[in-house]
Design a protein around this ligand. Structure first.
Ligand SMILES: C[S@@+](CC[C@H](N)C(=O)[O-])C[C@H]1O[C@@H](n2cnc3c(N)ncnc32)[C@H](O)[C@@H]1O
Length: 316
């Protein structure tokens, strides 16, 4: 069974996707107390060892010794906040990222050397600080850490969810010879009318956000008001969950305002799962090249086959 870690975990979009793919979460960190509450409530049953071993950390900077506090794992996942890097010396390497959350990720990669990583960020990271931030990340990963680096803008609507949500997905492998390709988008059948259970004027919804709710429906800033069966309706966590690929039995033990913020901060689970399935498939074939020819006999192959099934499963 592959092991993964869930950094800047939010409410666990990566956790859910990789759990569905048959992997086990062995370390997570999230410092926001409300997000922690939602995470714990939903994942304690699914990943009891994570909590029993006290591996759900708060601040990532509270890890004192990466090598001993994080047990070995194969896949690092993280949706990290975007911050500018220091320009000191214009070297734009590892040292220039010190003090940022990307540095924490890079340090874990350097020390633990997992097989693969999967990072997610807003599309704006590409031109943040005139492209310097992205160029530094790519350079640190490729040149300083020796991993491959593949990136693509992926939309939630590319993988079955009725929401645009373009996001920058970055994937890399320790074995640079691995030939990775992002999965081909599938046709989205689910619409906003399915989300609402009524006739909605839009097929694909607006990207969920963390704040700025409550604009008038015709305001250009509106993202949470919809015309459904001729009436204006505002998104609640129930619709938000469907638009992000969380199951109906996902629980929010926090206020609705907080739940909407958490959903706006999270990832489109189906898109993460589709890319995660490709990562696992490729690790399977590189660890065991016979997998693709011998799909019924090896346990690893069974996992690869399972990984390709993208049907959402209930949480518990
Ligand atoms: C973009 S969100 C990630 C959401 C997540 N991928 C999900 O599926 O919900 C980034 C998260 O990083 C957390 N964060 C920011 N700084 C942190 C730190 N120093 N240590 C731990 N978590 C931190 C924030 O609270 C936020 O929930």
């Amino acid at each position: 069974m592959y092991k993964f870690i869930d950094l800047f975990a939010g409410i666990g979009g990566f956790h859910l996707a990789f759990h569905r793919l048959g992997a086990e979460c062995v370390f997570a960190c999230e410092w926001d107390k409300h997000a922690r509450k939602t995470y714990e409530r939903n994942f304690k049953k699914m990943s009891p060892e994570l909590f029993r071993k006290k591996k759900f950390y708060g601040d990532i900077n509270s890890i004192k010794d990466i090598d001993t506090e994080i047990s070995d794992f194969q896949i690092l996942t993280a949706g990290f906040p975007c911050q500018p890097f220091s320009q000191a010396g214009f070297k734009k390497g590892f040292a220039d990222t010190r003090g940022t959350l990307f540095f924490n990720i890079a340090e874990i990669l350097r020390i633990k050397k997992p097989e693969a990583f999967f990072l997610e960020n807003v599309r704006g990271l590409l031109n943040h600080n005139n492209g310097e931030t992205f160029a530094t990340i790519k350079k640190v990963i490729e040149e300083d850490l020796g991993y491959s680096f593949h990136w693509q803008i992926v939309r939630a609507s590319d993988f079955g969810l009725p929401q645009l949500r373009p996001r920058l997905f970055m994937v890399g492998f320790k074995d640079k010879k691995i030939d990775f390709e992002f999965p081909t988008p599938i046709k989205t059948k689910m619409t906003m009318s399915d989300v609402w259970g009524g006739d909605c004027s839009r097929t694909i919804g607006f990207t969920l956000r963390c704040g700025g709710r409550g604009s008038r429906i015709n305001d250009r800033r509106n993202w949470d008001a919809y015309l459904v069966d001729g009436k204006v309706k505002r998104l609640s966590p129930d619709e938000g969950k469907k638009m992000q690929g969380f199951p109906d039995n996902f629980v929010f033990p926090v206020s609705n305002v907080e739940a909407m913020k958490q959903l706006g901060n999270s990832v489109a689970v189906n898109a993460i799962q589709a890319v995660g399935a490709e990562i696992i498939k490729i690790l399977d074939t590189s660890f065991n090249p016979t997998v693709q020819f011998n799909a019924h006999t090896s346990n690893i192959s069974k996992m690869a086959v399972h990984a390709r099934k993208l049907t959402p499963t209930p949480l518990h």
